[in-house]
Design a binder for this molecule. Structure first.
Ligand SMILES: Nc1ncnc2c1ncn2[C@@H]1O[C@H](COP(=O)(O)OP(=O)(O)OP(=O)(O)O)[C@@H](O)[C@H]1O
Length: 803
């Protein structure tokens, strides 16, 4: 280890410290060093040090490294201990420091009380100890879904809404943002209407009312005359418009009429009339152009109105469903992750016992260390502030030295979807700086920018892609501390050649069915080359994705069939895989044939393999109410399934379904199903039975899929979010092509309201402004994501780029 003076200043246990540390500059090392130095100082016991990490795996890593360090101090030679302590203190250790360091491990064994974990686990502990609220369990996805659907059924007797999965997703999103919506939860229909009218800048009247005004003002005959005259020199769109006006069609379907004046992409046609026509018939042309403007104005207004009315109804019903959901969740003894934070905050600041709770916590915490501080959102900072408030009050009853340590990196702020933003981190920084200086404590600020991880070539490449303007915070070019090895960057451009699915392939020649196949093959070949030619070991290769996708699935399949060991990081719960969802839906269908959500996802799954279009078709024909009429073969298949399932065990039913789906399954799906079958067998071995009871048991298990080939020496496959804090020799970016492309949202949040129907909403200026700013923040975060991905690599970067 190199002695780095700034790292040593950062671990000074007498100062409150803020560290802004770029990727690879040693954040984790500093955190461990600081924990060790506080312990060696000997004034605060282990149990009084609170270390907050962003994820549970980070907490495990910190615990592991701290315990290893203490164990090393306990059993290493005297000389090694001196040298270890020298690298941490940056000076010769004193005798008492050496003695204390030796004793850390035994002290730990006597009282192994490590407060290292996520803020959620700290808050959960707080609630368990002090809250009077009665909760038994953290709610999981399946329970959440069940309660949302029940709540929707309770408010909507007219069930056509429920057929639409979109409404379920809408309410689910409200549930996930419920803390945000609290202020409008109890508003009446009229109040929502007023709010949305203000937001949209229009009155939410009936559409007919608006159009009546339009029809009243239009001089139909004048316009028909004008059309007739210019028709001689114009194209088909004029005769089409004429038809609509002559037979009154423009009243029946105003939208279709208005579309004559628009281009295919929905923009107003710039030159509706040719310039020759305008020169020849100036008067008629100006009548037509004025009319065109008028139509488009009304069309925009009607679009806004339709969007407004849809959103008004959705918000009203959605919020009602949300209230029912919240009540039912509490009645069943569930708590969500968001509730944990909100309830803990309330307990610490607004409850009758707040002062008492804070006093007890104050006795129990002397030092707070916050890792990945850029990823915390407002409520999380509020909780941390209330825990540390007494540190700076001046008249604290406690005389012990107490510090706050904040380490983070604006450039790695990539959890915007959880409410974290660089701005929030900046505010927290100012808060602690002011609080520390005002209470006359020592404040130290450190900026680390030299990477111990990556070769200079990797950092040069990163520097060309990243700049302050693109990531929304200060970016200084990064330098490598380690000059012992060099880096290599390769970029491949993927040409997209779509082939007919059943076109004849020349034997022996690699042809790709689509872009994803091509990328998957290129990556497989690259990994083989790295392992065979460059002697990179498999576990030192990391394949990163911006998001889970078909490409990821294809790569996994390809690697499995080529016997290259892989390890999937992140949330790889069995229940989250599409194929397992389809099987679970089928089990649900067997016990509840009228549950439309299960029926739909069963039909879509590989067991039935119906296309989206055919499901949509039978669905719109009223299939779900009138099964017999439309698809006899399917009905008899469904009946046969229900009949077969009578008196059969879950395991037997699953085998039956597996055989039915077999020809459509790929290798990876077969492995997943095998794991699922094993779970069913375990369930039966326990002497349990019943489909409903199996499904509940399966969800409670929250089983993580582990394959026998997922060994230690495996290529790691994960999303960039999951790769946070990790490093490896080689990094492959599989979907770089999409990295700066911003996906247009289907809905946005504006002032407590979740607005959908975005195509129509775009005719409202205020919404357009919101969308623009959203696009801007998304693009900044997308570049920060790229920064995180590039800086995981030590020596090799391999990037698949769109041409
Ligand atoms: N003083 C040092 N001398 C030598 N190597 C160091 C030093 N400090 C850290 N390192 C090494 O640099 C690498 C990066 O350190 P670490 O993982 O702590 O970085 P980080 O700042 O947490 O990175 P990121 O923000 O990307 O997660 C590690 O392999 C670590 O052992």
């Amino acid at each position: 280890m190199n002695i780095n003076k700034e790292q040593i200043r950062a671990s000074d246990p007498h100062a409150c410290v803020y560290v802004s540390a770029s990727a690879g500059t040693g954040k984790t090392k500093i955190l461990i060093d600081r924990l060790v130095r506080i312990l060696i100082l000997g004034k605060s016991p282990l149990k009084n040090i609170l270390c907050i990490t962003f994820t549970q795996s980070a907490a495990l890593e910190v615990k592991k490294r701290l315990i290893n360090k203490m164990h090393l101090f306990f059993q290493c030679s005297y000389e090694q201990l001196i040298s270890e302590l020298f690298s941490i203190f940056g000076r010769e250790p004193q005798d008492w420091e050496i003695d204390n360091a030796r004793r850390l491990y035994t002290n730990f064994l006597l009282a192994p009380n490590l407060k290292i974990g996520t803020l959620h686990s700290f808050c959960l502990d707080l609630l368990t100890r002090f809250s009077e609220k009665n909760f038994k369990k953290i709610i999981n996805n399946a329970e959440q879904k069940r309660i949302i659907i029940c709540s929707i059924y309770k408010i909507i007797s007219h069930q056509s809404y429920i057929k639409d999965e979109e409404f379920f997703l809408y309410v689910k999103d409200l549930v996930e943002h419920s803390d945000l919506i609290t202020p409008i939860l109890n508003s009446s229909f009229e109040e929502h209407k007023c709010e949305l009218e203000k937001m949209f800048g229009i009155k939410l009247l009936k559409k007919r009312q608006l159009l009546t005004d339009f029809y009243k003002n239009i001089r139909v005959n004048d316009i028909i005359d004008a059309y007739n005259i210019v028709a001689k020199c114009e194209g088909g769109h004029i005769s089409e418009a004429l038809r609509y006006l002559q037979n009154g069609g423009f009243k029946k379907s105003f939208a279709k009429y208005a579309k004559i004046f628009l281009t295919k992409s929905g923009e107003p046609r710039k030159n509706f009339l040719k310039s020759a026509t305008v020169n020849l018939y100036p008067d008629e042309s100006s009548i037509i152009n004025e009319h065109k403007e008028e139509v488009l104005k009304y069309f925009a207004h009607i679009n806004a109105l339709e969007a407004g009315l849809v959103n008004l109804r959705l918000s009203y019903l959605g919020l009602k469903a949300l209230k029912l959901y919240e009540n039912q969740k509490i009645a069943e003894g569930f708590i969500s992750y968001a509730d944990i934070l909100n309830d803990a905050y309330e307990l610490l600041t607004q409850s009758e016992i707040s002062a008492w709770v804070r006093m007890i916590i104050d006795q129990e915490v002397d030092h707070v260390l916050i890792d990945e501080a850029q990823d915390l959102n407002t409520i999380q900072w509020s909780i941390i502030k209330s825990i540390t408030e007494e540190f700076f009050s001046g008249d604290s009853a406690r005389q012990t030295e107490r510090t706050v340590f904040i380490i983070g990196d604006y450039k790695q702020s990539i959890f915007g979807f959880q409410g974290a933003e660089p701005e929030i981190f900046k505010n927290a920084y100012f808060y602690y700086k002011n609080a520390t200086i005002h209470s006359r404590k020592k404040w130290v600020e450190i900026n680390l920018n030299c990477s111990y991880r990556s070769a200079q070539e990797i950092l040069d490449f990163t520097n060309t892609y990243i700049s302050s303007g693109l990531i929304g915070c200060n970016y200084e070019e990064q330098k490598a501390s380690n000059k012992d090895f060099s880096g290599k960057i390769e970029e491949v451009s993927i040409g997209y050649k779509k082939l007919d699915t059943d076109s004849w392939l020349i034997p022996g020649l690699v042809e790709y069915r689509d872009k994803n196949d091509q990328i998957a093959y290129i990556i497989l070949e690259k990994v083989k080359e790295m392992i065979m030619k460059d002697h990179v070991s498999a576990e030192e290769i990391m394949i990163l994705f911006r998001k889970r996708s078909i490409l990821q699935q294809k790569i996994i399949n390809l690697f499995i069939s080529d016997n290259i060991p892989i390890f999937l990081y992140g949330s790889n719960k069995l229940e989250d895989y599409l194929i397992i969802k389809g099987f679970v839906a089928t089990l649900k269908f067997i016990i509840k044939p009228h549950d439309e959500l299960s029926l739909m996802s069963m039909l879509k799954s590989k067991i039935f393999d119906l296309s989206e279009e055919s499901i949509f078709e039978i669905y719109t024909k009223g299939f779900f109410n009138n099964l017999e009429k439309y698809n006899k073969a399917l009905i008899s298949e469904l009946n046969a399934l229900i009949k077969y399932a009578e008196n059969k065990s879950v395991y037997d039913i699953l085998i039956f379904l597996l055989l039915k789906a077999q020809s459509r399954l790929d290798l990876f799906e077969k492995k997943l199903l095998l794991a699922f079958l094993n779970i069913a067998r375990d369930f039966e071995k326990l002497g349990r039975a019943g489909i409903a009871s199996f499904i509940r048991w399966f969800y409670d298990l929250e089983s993580i899929y582990k394959d026998e080939i997922l060994r230690e020496s495996a290529v790691k496959i994960m999303t960039i979010h999951a790769s946070k804090g990790m490093e490896s020799d080689a990094v492959i970016l599989a979907d770089f092509c999409d990295i700066t492309k911003i996906v247009q949202p289907k809905s946005i949040w504006v002032n407590y309201y979740k607005l959908i129907h975005l195509k129509n909403l775009r005719s409202i200026d205020k919404i357009n402004l919101e969308l623009e700013s959203l696009k801007y923040t998304d693009s900044l975060e997308s570049t920060r994501l790229l920064y995180v991905a590039l800086t995981r690599a030590r020596k090799y970067l391999f990037i698949c780029k769109n041409e």
